[in-house]
Design a protein around this ligand. Structure first.
Ligand SMILES: *[C@@H]1O[C@H](CO)[C@@H](O)[C@H](O)[C@H]1NC(C)=O
Ligand SMILES: [Zn+2]
Length: 522
């Protein structure tokens, strides 16, 4: 996930968690005569008859198990840090290129795979399918990581890949080298065992996701567009498996990201005549700006809970909650106003209710006895799915409502489109099936990413973008993203490799089954 812009990351989503605490408060409002409503949205296609695809058993030997961990740890040891958009460790990125070629020799030599370096450090793999009529799909991951300093309190040096108590510690273990290496490792093993895909696919590995992906992802997309490529779906990093994180939910849940919030950085500035502090005018540039900022904080963006994809999340999870909560979550049409008021009280859940407003910088003044002629502040907003960038800018103008305050958009983009997640949705159903093949105990639900990913650059190639990997998160793990002691269990990394191993094969179905067993073309 992109971090430059945020404390607002994926992670925040993980904290949907805290919702429960809030939901408990709602019990107060639930009446005695509660009807039992069961939304069994989860069963769906899982009970239907799936077409058999080439089945190379998702099994790996003890030797392969050791090798995949060894390869992964080598990847963690290369400090592919993005310090800023103009400062990346290119030495490390080059070294990473060499590592990929060394540890995945079959991928790099297979006649089925075409490999290209894009924008010097990103990688594009094109894999031929035997049935070119089937629309290809694409898997994404990113090679770069955010900086890490051991002194911040790491239990192991952040680029050591040290193994402790069954976990591998290091920057990139969950964001996002587990997918970079997991995807290629799975393909390596499949090709070694003679796998020939029926449906073609692409793998895109960006090198600057943490600083917006304007070099890697954007150029990969350019290459694909120039070739007229259309994709069935894209799967990128994003959400994960939440285990014990959502209080009150019976069992772990896999949340598949179907959208991302939009983003805007707005600069507010005030210019006045400079002067001596002994004869000040009634209002200073600082005072005018401070008042404008205060108005923005006191008048948050409107509540929109229930108008975006967060509604689907609740409805899919409802049947896994005990009664009062189940009732509330199955009846959002009734409880939405109440829910939003409760949810907005906590920053983590407020993020699902509205476009958030964060004042992040405030600069003015050079000398204690000089009235500054200029003051400026930066506001970072994360735009709810039910709003547009333009609407947000208009609201800022009407709230500030002072022509002495200049308002400029520094950068921003609309919320991402909402990908399909119904029973005809190829990508969603394939990902869901693959998750349930491996972890039948999971509840699968659509979710929304509060942070952004490289996949946001792919909207011209497909309408269906999903953000998910089966990384397992327990309470407290959210803080490890871009934080200290980022880690993954050895077992979970193996599971990731096997997830992609199964996913490639599951994508070879020509069409999805219908719940009634008859087939329809996709
Ligand atoms: C960049 O990466 C190389 C290894 O590829 C490493 O030796 C060097 O210390 C890194 N530089 C910085 C500034 O992190
Ligand atoms: Zn990431």
């Amino acid at each position: 996930m992109t971090g430059h812009s945020s404390p607002w990351r994926i992670v925040r989503l993980v904290k949907v968690a805290f919702l429960t605490v809030l939901l408990i408060a709602l019990i107060v409002f639930s009446v005695a005569t509660v009807r039992t409503l069961t939304l069994e949205v989860n069963a769906g296609l899982q009970l239907a008859e799936w077409e058999k695809t080439s089945s190379i058993k998702p099994e790996i030997s003890k030797q392969q198990r050791e090798l995949l961990l060894h390869n992964f740890r080598e990847a963690i040891r290369i400090p592919t840090v993005s310090f800023s958009e103009t400062n990346q460790n290119t030495t490390a990125l080059q070294e990473f290129d060499k590592l990929l070629r060394k540890v995945f020799p079959t991928v790099f030599s297979s006649r089925l795979v075409k490999h290209e370096v894009v924008a010097d450090y990103s990688h594009l793999f094109t894999v031929q399918g035997t049935e070119p009529k089937l629309l290809p799909y694409m898997l994404l991951a990113h090679i770069d990581v955010v900086p890490a300093n051991e002194a911040d309190g790491w239990e192991a040096p952040p680029f050591s890949a040290k193994e402790m108590n069954g976990f591998i510690y290091g920057r990139g273990t969950i964001d996002n080298k587990q997918s970079v290496m997991g995807i290629l490792q799975a393909l390596e093993y499949l090709l070694q065992r003679g796998y020939v895909p029926r449906r073609g696919f692409y793998i895109g590995l960006g090198h600057d996701e943490e600083v917006s992906g304007y070099s890697g992802a954007v150029n990969i997309v350019k290459v694909l567009k120039s070739r007229g490529v259309k994709l069935h779906y894209v799967l990128d990093e994003g959400l994960a498996v939440l285990d014990g994180v959502i209080d009150g939910l019976d069992g772990p849940a896999a949340l598949i990201g179907i959208s991302e919030k939009g983003s805007a950085t707005v600069k507010l500035s005030v210019s006045t005549k400079p002067g001596h502090s002994s004869m000040p005018s009634r209002e200073s540039s600082i005072g005018i700006l401070a008042a404008a900022v205060t108005r923005l904080e006191e008048n948050p963006m409107p509540r929109l809970f229930g108008y975006g994809p967060e509604r689907g999340t609740f409805e899919h999870l409802a049947h896994k909650f005990a009664l009062p909560l189940r009732f509330i979550m199955s009846n959002l049409w009734l409880f939405t106003p109440l829910m939003s008021r409760v949810m907005e009280r906590t920053p983590t859940t407020n993020a699902f209710v509205r476009t958030t407003t964060a004042v992040t910088m405030f600069n003015s003044g050079v000398k204690v006895n000089v009235l500054p002629s200029h003051a400026e502040a930066f506001v970072n907003l994360r735009i709810h799915s039910a709003q547009t960038l333009q609407e947000v800018l208009e609201l800022i103008e009407s709230t500030v409502s002072d022509e002495r305050v200049k308002i400029e958009l520094v950068n921003g983009f609309d919320p991402l489109p909402i990908s399909s997640f119904d029973e005809q949705s190829f990508g969603f159903q394939i990902i869901k099936k693959t998750v349930l093949d491996m972890f039948p105990q999971l509840t699968v639900a659509p979710g929304i990413c509060v942070g952004n990913t490289d996949s946001r650059h792919y909207t011209d190639l497909t309408k269906d973008i999903y953000r998910f990997a089966p990384s397992w998160f327990k309470p407290g793990d959210a803080q490890r993203f871009h934080g200290i002691n980022e880690r993954i269990s050895c077992k979970n990394y193996e599971e990731l490799v096997l997830f992609y191993f199964r996913l490639f094969q599951n994508c070879d179905v020509r069409s999805l089954p219908t719940p009634h067993g008859s087939q329809h073309e996709l």
